[in-house]
Design a protein around this ligand. Structure first.
Ligand code: SAH
Ligand code: SF4
Ligand code: F3S
Length: 468
């Protein structure tokens, strides 16, 4: 597709601002509350901040809970069956809120409903859902909402519209000190188990000037941590009229003045370059944390997953990262029970965990996704076998994580303070540069700032410490 077909033209964005104004007038005075319920990954969280931005612009006060609101917008995920079932069950519960308040508006959007069969499900089985739009229709929320309000008719919009990078939309950010910046949308990789390319479309990169402008504004407003987002950030810029490597974009981001840390995710191992690692090692602004999804340690499974790397090439990359940044925190994603996975394949995965010694892993039992090649592969692994492998893998990883965490006892680490601990209101929580959660006692005015904390004790997934 031509670049001018990918970028949504300015006049289309202005049209949406016009709809925002019309909704605002239609709603009139008085407080109107809206909530955006977000499921799924950071990309969805970033999208929700734009959805909330548009709702705020239309006059809604943005709140966090769905009780006593005028509008609920559910931003859905489709990555595993569990994510879909959870969303559907929660959406089901909103039926009662609508019975109590018939003027409540309920909308649903995002990855799950970008599948035709889910759109139909919602249409047929959830009559109290007022409007629906797919990932490509995000910027048209004002128009869709206006049409619903004006006509009273349910609105269902999927796979419509031109172009799919919308610049210049308002953003309502959750945090004043941490920010997501999407640098690209979509994915071209078609890993055989994954639904993402089908619900988010092909890879398209934002113009570097737009990204740098956003980062500059965030830095000026005092944001402490900026996370650059994409399904595969390493292929950033390949589709631009003037191609730019991700490593170059990172360097440019780091040149922006301000005291902020840069993170990025996700990196596909097949595209992670030595130059990226060298740039990371050379720049103090970049957090020394690398998320590098392995998925499986068996060459045979990696091939049918269409991941396009081998155990050996992954290990070579991991070794290079550790050589350049001995203190790096490495994390990964693993899928257990992919169709045809044998005990030997699974042991291949365990052997990579033992060699790399990840700080943390995000592990998932394979979930069949309608329309993906893996869904129709023979030898689907029985649930008991997957469960058993999953438990064995977690046991191994817990030992590794705990022993790596223990190396931190006694160290004084900088911690970005995020808020009051949810489990212990007497303590604050924050994250280390490497992303570890730390609980410690301290004054609440530290929230949003960096504190020095001496680590006194560790668990598998978190640290305890004392403020210095
Ligand atoms: N773009 C990212 C990941 C997106 S999805 C990447 O390439 O790494 C996040 C994680 O969900 C994936 O890394 C994978 O481990 C997991 N996942 C994706 N599809 C899945 C499926 N069908 N079943 C189980 N886990 C899945
Ligand atoms: Fe899914 Fe693979 Fe794309 Fe990641 S790289 S989003 S796992 S298809
Ligand atoms: Fe889920 Fe969509 Fe993200 S499927 S994991 S919310 S890209």
């Amino acid at each position: 597709m031509e670049r001018n077909q990918i970028l949504i033209p300015d006049e289309k964005i202005r049209e949406q601002y016009n709809y925002m104004e019309r909704v605002r007038l239609l709603l009139g005075s008085g407080v109107r509350k809206a909530v955006v319920m977000t499921f799924g990954c950071q990309q969805n969280e970033a999208d929700s901040e734009r959805l909330a931005g548009m709702l705020h612009e239309m006059g809604y006060t943005i709140v966090k809970e769905p009780e006593d609101v005028d509008l609920i917008l559910v931003n859905t995920c489709a990555v595993r069956e569990h994510a879909e079932l959870k969303t559907l069950s929660i959406t089901g519960q909103y039926k009662h809120l609508k019975q109590k308040n018939p003027s409540l508006l309920i909308g649903i959007c995002g990855c799950m409903v970008s599948q035709e069969h889910r759109k139909e499900d919602i249409k047929q089985k959830y009559p109290y859902v007022d409007f629906l739009f797919g990932t490509e229709g995000l910027y048209r929320l004002p128009e869709i909402l206006y049409t619903k309000l004006k006509s009273g008719k349910r609105q269902f919009h999927l796979n419509e519209g031109i172009g799919n990078i919308a610049e210049g939309l308002p953003v309502y950010r959750e945090s004043s000190f941490k920010a997501w910046v999407s640098i690209m949308y979509g994915c071209n990789n078609f890993c055989s188990y994954c639904i993402v390319p089908y619900v988010r479309g092909r890879e398209r990169s934002r113009d570097p000037e737009e990204i740098l402008k956003e980062v500059r504004e965030l830095a000026e407003s005092g944001v402490k941590e900026i996370t650059l987002l994409g399904q595969n950030v390493n292929s950033y810029g390949k589709d631009l009229p003037e191609p730019m490597e991700f490593a170059t974009l990172l360097e440019k981001v780091c040149e922006i003045p301000g005291e902020f840390t840069v993170r990025f995710m996700t990196s596909h191992p097949k595209d992670a370059t030595k130059r990226l690692i060298d740039v990371m090692a050379a720049n103090d602004k970049i957090a020394k944390a690398f998320h590098l999804p392995l998925q499986s340690g068996s060459d045979r499974i990696l091939k049918v997953m269409n991941r396009r790397y081998t155990q050996e090439s992954y290990l070579t990359l991991a070794r290079y990262i550790k050589e350049k940044m001995p203190d790096i925190s490495l994390t990964t994603d693993i899928i257990v029970g992919f169709p045809g996975e044998t005990e030997e394949d699974f042991e291949g995965t365990l052997s990579v965990l033992k060699e790399v010694r990840f700080d943390n892993i995000y592990s998932f039992i394979y979930s069949k996704r309608v329309g993906t090649p893996a869904a129709s592969m023979p030898d689907q692994v029985p649930s008991e076998v997957s469960q058993d492998r999953f438990a064995r893998m977690l046991k191994l990883q817990d030992e590794i994580s705990l022993s790596k965490n223990r190396e931190n006892i006694g160290k004084i680490l900088p911690v970005l303070v995020e808020g009051v601990s949810k489990t212990d209101p007497d303590r604050l929580t924050g994250r280390t540069e490497k992303g570890r959660l730390v609980h410690f006692k301290g004054p609440e005015d530290l929230i949003g700032k960096e504190a020095s904390v001496r680590i006194t004790d560790v668990l598998t997934h978190s640290f305890f410490g004392e403020l210095i």
